[in-house]
Design a protein around this ligand. Structure first.
Ligand SMILES: NC(=O)c1ccc[n+]([C@@H]2O[C@H](COP(=O)([O-])OP(=O)(O)OC[C@H]3O[C@@H](n4cnc5c(N)ncnc54)[C@H](OP(=O)(O)O)[C@@H]3O)[C@@H](O)[C@H]2O)c1
Length: 346
């Protein structure tokens, strides 16, 4: 890629897309193409093809997707499979038709079978049954990997896929109805701290910025602010599943690194991107608690699903290609909370 290459970042406003934009800008790329979903709905094939014909991107980062935590995945199953399949089909096919030089497709570690051996190696794809709570999303993501692979095999298209672990960073989704585990824990602790300090106006502002506070949590906050009993922070599941977390700017660096330095023949079907280290959700909650400096009791709501018991990536392949993460979890959570706190304060 040259500094003036035409680069389309699909999904530029999201957690991943916005980080890819920041990384491209800081590396001197100036000719970036972006469209929000209200201007270009990538589920619409003819609109997508028209856009590619008009704007002629040379490089594409495909980070547009319908994304959510376990509750959203488990509730909006039809939307998760339909949106992600159509976005992938339309962007990948339009990229082929308009002669895109290279495309990088963002997948997810949800593609691996629920009971695959750990750590998860790339070769475990399609070797077992998927985790049911995110099967629709995973099937769409597997289809996208295969699209990239088959366009490479049939047409020689330089389309590569990456499978990141759980990500966090600026522009994450903190809506408690749809978000992932780490933003949910961080926001719940922050809101409890505000309630403890009697800062009702800031709780209100936070809700305006990051989405409404569900009724049960609102009640817990109200109890907490008037120091009545029954005010533990309720977190979903047992706290025992193990997860791995990567700061999103590390992922964006890895994507740019692969886009610039490695061809499809070197990356193979796809490449895992993560830290290779995991921890329990309970340990994660303790790190967040320490960072926010708020010593609340945690109550685990075991009626809520845990999801896959363990999801740790084997990152040997990306390391052998010459990349490794730089931001450790505690530093990442510190930067994450800093960003969140500033935004929450308005
Ligand atoms: N978040 C994670 O922990 C994580 C982990 C592993 C992999 N990934 C992968 O990374 C990719 C990006 O995830 P993310 O967390 O950045 O998601 P996100 O924050 O929810 O952002 C999604 C982006 O997709 C765009 N989009 C959604 N539907 C669209 C449509 N119909 N047409 C056009 N644009 C549309 C959104 O645009 P608007 O804002 O304009 O609607 C937004 O920019 C996904 O493929 C996901 O699987 C994410």
């Amino acid at each position: 890629m040259n500094p003036d290459s035409r680069i389309y970042v699909a999904g530029h406003s999201g957690l991943v897309g916005s980080s890819i934009i920041r990384t491209l800008v800081s590396n001197g790329f100036t000719n970036l193409i972006t469209r929000g979903s209200s201007e270009l709905d990538l589920r619409r094939q003819s609109d997508t093809e028209f856009f590619f014909k008009q704007s002629r991107p040379e490089y594409v980062f495909l980070a547009a997707a319908k994304v959510g935590g376990i509750a959203a995945n488990n509730t909006y199953k039809a939307q998760f499979i339909y949106d992600n399949l159509t976005i992938a089909c339309n962007v990948i096919h339009a990229s082929y038709k308009s002669g895109v030089k290279k495309l990088l497709n963002l997948g997810s570690s949800c593609i691996y079978p629920r009971s695959a051996p750990q750590p998860l190696k790339e070769e475990y794809l399609l070797t077992g049954i998927l985790e049911p709570t995110n099967e629709p999303y995973a099937i769409a993501k597997i289809a996208a990997i295969k699209l990239c692979r088959y366009y490479y095999e049939q047409y020689g298209s330089e389309f590569i896929s990456v499978m990141p672990t759980n990500l966090y960073g600026p522009n994450d989704n903190f809506d408690l109805e749809t978000c992932h585990v780490l933003p949910a824990i961080l926001r719940k602790f922050h809101l409890f701290k505000l309630a403890h300090e009697g800062k009702q106006d800031q709780i209100q502002k936070d809700a305006e910025i990051f989405g409404p506070i569900p009724e049960d949590f609102s009640t817990a906050l109200a109890l907490h602010s008037c120091k009545k009993p029954g005010h533990e922070i309720v977190l979903w599941g047992t706290g025992t599943p193990c997860r791995e977390f990567l700061y999103v700017d590390d992922l964006a660096e890895a994507c740019l690194f692969l886009m610039q330095n490695h061809s499809t023949s070197e990356t193979g079907e796809f490449v895992n991107i993560g830290t290779g280290k995991d921890l329990t959700i309970s340990e994660l909650a303790d790190i967040v608690k320490n960072e926010i400096a708020f010593d609340a009791e945690i109550k685990w709501d075991t009626s809520r699903p845990d999801g896959t018991p363990k999801k740790q990536l084997d990152i040997t392949k990306i390391k052998n290609l010459g990349w490794q993460p730089e931001i450790d979890l505690k530093t990442g959570i510190r930067m994450y909370y800093e960003w969140y706190r500033k935004k929450s304060a308005g």
